[in-house]
Design a protein around this ligand. Structure first.
Ligand code: GCV
Length: 657
């Protein structure tokens, strides 16, 4: 097994062995050459001989055909006797359909006749990298950047491997650099890095992927030599127009800009008294002639809060900052909204801008980098959480009110809608540090393409494609993956309250780590209660949701228990729906979560000898670490509450003094 190829490693397939194939298409181009090479490789390894280019004398024929009736990114895959045909309205669809065919060969072999029709749910399916030009990655947990090193753009074999991997899960857009655009990264817009960026864009484009660049809103000052970045200034507008003209005319498939502005110290239009809409529209007009887009992030809040101020609520600020601008953005602007109102915590409610914004293009932002969910050292399969978000009914009153349909643009004629994730890849040979974190990479692509898939189906597909069919491997890995999020949620901060991590690097338990600082993330525990009241008797955040959600969240008695401490300040002796006190629920969750993490080690050890030795050892080491670390989480949190309340665990389990 070559684990560096993740789910794209091929082996002989019993039912294909000795069969002859031919590969036929009238299409041409860099992308077609790429997918033909992939099919050639897969078929050669699986059957034992190279496919031919004429179908007359072969057992089977694979045809790639353009069908103008079909969607350019959708495909129809048909097996009819000896003919397999991949049909699509465009080359991207041919790529996705061909990978699907390879997956079918890999997991099912030749099989009988079939017909599959697929169309990606969201127009844009994007990978956002937070890579810096010095080679580091903000919140990167799997080695250094493979896009940048020593302030230069890197293009090598890994770039090609990366593009192929992304295409194999249906990703069609990639932002390569950190949204915090510091130092040399601002110069990505200039001639200085152009030739390397052209090579990079060509590689991505060859797999149907558009390159985006994160930009600094102060670029006119930082790299343009001007004294202003005011979006209303005609010199600023002209600079962006010319810069965009150059980028679009030289970078194949260039998509546009990703912008973090007026957020966590990043420069933005507020400096000139302008709104987000004025800032975004200025850029949008510069890229409009080329069909470009501006993706503008909504992660905007006051990060200079005084912890003594109990009125200001960080959770409310993103909605408050953007809701009044609904309808004011140009049609090639997309607002990028994190899944929850705070910051990728293990449990948050769905961001109220979904459904709230009705006349604006939007994109949902997930994070698979696991910044707050174990940093790829804990196994934490995130698809169940993503699925909940996508299936959430916003009760927006629009024709389509589920998040997955809203972010797919079902209520709008525009195709500037989509889903993205902050990526978990780096230079580690296995791409994601933790081998099991690759399930999040695969899963994100799968879910963005088809949000009706279940987390189980996706995990099963990933395991079969990566590790082959061994029932014990499949069963145990599924158990680990599918219980990992629940376990993580239980042994870390309780019931939606979030944080309780070490400041800055966000790893490991620290109950008061964010309690007295400027970030607006306070749990405010006393000896008798914990949480912030976000009902209409408190900060009023719950009012950002329409009925019936507002009423549901606004009252302790109806609030979903997993979000209880997000929305309410609750006494420790509050009786939960199953009759336990809140305190006892916290204790028990922590014992149970850590027990589950210990079980992962046992389940994994049963797989010894059934997996590649290196993979086995590497994962075992991480699972052992996780089991140990989860007891640290359990004991720190339980001790904290025990010390506050002096009430022991009702089941007599050990809590430290
Ligand atoms: C890129 C969180 C992270 C930051 C990140 C920010 C963002 O605050 O900790 O590292 O910055 O989110 O999404 O912009």
């Amino acid at each position: 097994m070559d684990y560096t190829r993740l789910w794209l490693d091929y082996e002989p397939v019993e039912s294909l062995k000795g069969r002859s194939f031919s590969l036929i298409t009238l299409e041409s181009g860099r992308d077609i050459e790429n997918i033909l090479s992939e099919l050639t490789l897969a078929v050669t390894v699986m059957t034992g001989s190279q496919p031919l280019s004429s179908g007359i004398d072969t057992d089977y024929v694979i045809r790639l055909v353009i069908d103008p009736e079909l969607d350019s990114e959708g495909y129809t895959l048909i097996k009819d006797g000896r003919i397999y045909s991949v049909r699509s309205g465009g080359h991207r669809g041919l790529i996705y359909g061909s990978f699907r065919l390879i997956y079918i060969f890999k997991t099912k072999g030749l099989g009988g006749d079939f017909k599959l029709e697929c169309k990606p749910h969201s127009p844009i399916r994007m990978a956002d990298h937070w890579d810096n030009m010095d080679g580091s990655i903000e919140r990167g947990y799997s080695g250094a950047s493979f896009f940048f090193k020593d302030n230069k753009v890197v293009v090598n074999e890994r770039t090609a491997d990366y593009a192929r991997l992304m295409a194999s899960i249906g990703i069609n857009a990639v932002a390569i650099n950190n949204v915090n655009v510091r130092g040399e990264a601002a110069f990505l817009l200039t001639e200085r890095h152009r030739s390397q960026l052209i090579r990079l864009a060509e590689i991505l484009d060859g797999w149907g992927i558009s390159l985006y660049l994160s930009i600094n809103f102060a670029s006119t000052i930082r790299v343009g030599g001007m004294d202003t970045a005011d979006p209303a200034d005609s010199r600023v507008q002209a600079w962006w127009s010319e810069t965009s003209r150059q980028l679009f005319s030289s970078l194949p498939g260039f998509g546009g800009y990703l912008v973090k502005a007026d957020s966590e110290g990043e420069f933005g239009p507020f400096a000139y008294g302008r709104t987000h809409a004025e800032g975004a529209n200025m850029l949008a007009r510069a890229v409009k002639p080329y069909g470009g887009r501006v993706i503008w992030r909504c992660f905007v809040y006051n990060c200079q809060q005084d912890w003594r101020d109990n009125k200001t609520d960080r959770a409310a600020q993103s909605y408050d900052g953007f809701i009044g601008l609904d309808g004011k953005f140009d049609d090639n602007v997309i607002l990028q909204i994190k899944n929850g109102p705070v910051d990728f915590q293990v449990r948050e409610p769905v961001h109220p801008l979904f459904g709230g914004l009705k006349k604006t293009n939007i994109m949902l932002e997930f994070q698979i980098a696991q910044e707050y969910t174990g940093q790829q050292r804990h196994v934490c399969y995130l698809m169940p959480a993503f699925k909940e978000v996508l299936d959430f009914d916003t009760h927006s009153g629009s024709r389509y009110s589920l998040v997955r349909d809203i972010v797919a643009g079902k209520n709008s004629p525009s195709s500037s809608f989509g889903i993205c994730a902050v990526m978990n890849t780096g230079s580690d040979p296995n791409w994601t540090g933790h081998d099991l974190a690759a399930a999040n990479l695969f899963g994100f692509g799968a879910l963005a393409f088809d949000p009706t898939l279940s987390p189980e189906e996706i995990a099963e597909g990933w395991i079969l494609l990566t590790y082959g069919r061994d029932e014990l491997v499949l069963g145990n890995m599924l158990k680990i993956l599918l219980s990992s999020l629940d376990a993580y949620e239980k042994y870390t901060a309780p019931l939606g309250i979030g944080w309780m991590v070490n400041p800055n690097h966000h790893f490991g338990p620290n109950v008061d780590g964010y309690e007295y600082d400027r970030w607006g993330t306070y749990h405010r525990a006393s000896h008798s209660a914990i949480g912030r009241d976000r009902s209409d008797r408190g900060t009023g955040y719950a009012r950002q949701y329409p009925e019936p959600l507002f009423s549901l969240y606004n009252e302790i008695k109806t609030c979903p228990e997993e979000l209880l401490l997000f929305f309410h300040r609750v006494r420790f002796d509050h009786i939960m729906r199953d009759g336990r006190t809140l305190l006892q629920r916290i204790y028990s969750d922590h014992f149970e979560g850590a027990d589950t993490a210990a079980e992962f080690v046992r389940l994994w050890q049963e797989l010894e000898g059934r997996l590649d030795g290196e993979v086995y050892e590497r994962v075992l080491k991480r699972l052992r670490f996780q089991a140990e670390h989860s007891t640290e989480w359990r004991d720190r949190i339980n001790t904290y509450f025990y010390r506050l309340t002096e009430i022991p665990d009702a089941l007599g389990r050990k809590i430290y003094e």
